[in-house]
Design a protein around this ligand. Structure first.
Ligand SMILES: Nc1ncnc2c1ncn2[C@@H]1O[C@H](COP(=O)(O)OP(=O)(O)OP(=O)(O)O)[C@@H](O)[C@H]1O
Ligand SMILES: [Mg+2]
Length: 391
């Protein structure tokens, strides 16, 4: 049975609906994330789980029991906020001890549990310091320790790393994963930073305007976004306007704006006539010099039809789908590029006007980039590299 069950909850403020019919389950020991842009309803959901607010409709169950009648302080749930909310006049140790004092835990037990928890977050040597004497990352750890010391069933974390600089934030992400694994507490984590969600979570609910757009494992969200919003929100993505012309034998034939007919893998929920976009990650797009031979893909582009499971397939490629070449290969000109050290993203204007981003690893020793603005290039992608998503 799921530890936490959210069943069809909604919450409105006046005429504005902040949370619309949201349902999800969280398993014991899971690192579950609510991800979405500012204002999509993440904090509102956390507040209802914590008991600071009540849903207008729907149910919240913990271990199968409805929490509606249980006030916040009686729920075995703790919330860690972005602002840390430490008591400035209490030491680190006293801050961590606070929830235990409120619960009336005896002094011996209290000391032992505070010491254990400070050890877990690597703060034992700072127990006597005051909040103004420690760094932002350390404050964050005190807030975490205070959340964990009571051994809650569920720890709710609302943008807990938001106030940290990037380097520290990445360090704390690794620590958070380790800590969650070690203490085995179930986490419901809130963030609007998608790389953070991908790095930390077992599963992610992507939210938009009060609804869940898709709930999945990070790699599935990234590789198989369900709709345009998710494709666009998770990572960088080329979105090529397209309509479905034909679908058969595991293939979709799409009419793409400016590109003509292109191929993509079929998906269950798509029908002929559907409009949407082909979602194509820049790292799936090959870029090569226009006059380079051989072209990036055999048969003039569109496909070596090899799959990771079947590396030998390119030696004996299957018949081109629909009796035609794959054709996902187009000439263009480099309009711009973004060099970030390990990789360069090239913005290419195809000859038909379509813009496409292609990412290339700077894997040749001493090479910072391969192409200059104005260079003639060919971009191509395997027929199964993109995914059609409906609007
Ligand atoms: N008490 C309230 N009264 C009126 N409107 C509210 C109230 N609480 C939240 N809202 C509105 O509900 C929407 C969702 O707010 P919420 O705080 O849940 O967003 P969020 O996803 O946490 O955003 P952020 O990433 O910026 O923290 C927002 O438009 C917000 O203005
Ligand atoms: Mg919020």
């Amino acid at each position: 049975m799921a530890l936490l069950e959210i069943r069809n909850i909604s919450r409105s403020f006046g005429a504005f609906t902040a949370v619309k019919d949201v349902s999800f389950d969280v398993s014991s020991g899971e690192f579950f994330t609510l991800l979405g842009p500012s204002g999509c309803g993440k904090t509102t959901i956390l507040r209802m789980i914590a008991g600071f607010d009540l849903p207008d409709a729907g149910q919240i169950l913990l271990d199968g029991r409805d929490l509606v009648a249980t006030p916040a302080e009686r729920r075995p749930i703790h919330t860690v906020f972005q602002s840390y909310a430490l008591f400035p006049h209490l030491t680190v140790g006293q801050n961590v001890a606070f929830p235990l004092r409120m619960a009336g835990v005896n002094e011996t037990e209290l000391r032992r549990r505070v010491a254990d928890t400070l050890e877990q977050v690597h703060l034992a040597e700072l127990a006597e310091h005051y909040p103004h004497e420690i760094s932002g990352g350390q404050k964050q750890r005190v807030a975490l320790a205070r959340g964990l010391v009571n051994r809650p069933r569920l720890l709710l974390l609302d943008e807990p790393l938001g106030a940290l600089d990037l380097k520290l934030r990445e360090e704390m992400q690794l620590e958070l994963i380790k800590l969650q694994r070690e203490v085995g507490v179930t986490f419901v984590f809130v963030t609007h930073a998608q790389p953070e969600a991908l790095a930390l979570s077992h599963r992610i609910a992507v939210m938009n305007q009060g609804r869940i757009e898709q709930l999945d494992e990070p790699s599935r969200l990234y590789s198989f976004p369900k709709n345009r919003f998710v494709a666009d929100f998770i990572g960088n993505c080329n979105l090529l306007e397209a309509g479905v012309v034909e679908g058969q034998d595991g293939l979709l034939r799409l009419q793409a704006a400016g590109l003509g007919e292109i191929l993509a893998p079929a998906r269950e929920d798509v029908n002929v006539g559907d409009k949407g976009v082909l979602a194509l990650r820049p790292e799936q797009v090959r870029i090569g010099a226009a006059d380079a031979l051989p072209p990036p893909f055999p048969k003039g582009g569109g496909g070596d039809f090899a799959t990771p499971d079947d590396p030998g397939a390119s030696e004996n490629p299957p018949q081109p789908p629909f009796g035609k070449g794959g054709g996902n290969s187009f000439p263009g000109t480099v309009r711009d590029f973004l060099y970030v050290g390990d990789v360069t993203t090239y913005q290419v204007t195809l000859d038909n006007g379509q813009e496409l981003a292609a990412l290339r690893a700077n894997d040749a020793p001493g090479r910072a980039r391969f192409f200059e603005v104005g260079d003639r290039v060919t971009v191509s992608w395997a027929w199964d590299a993109g995914h059609f998503v409906r609007d």
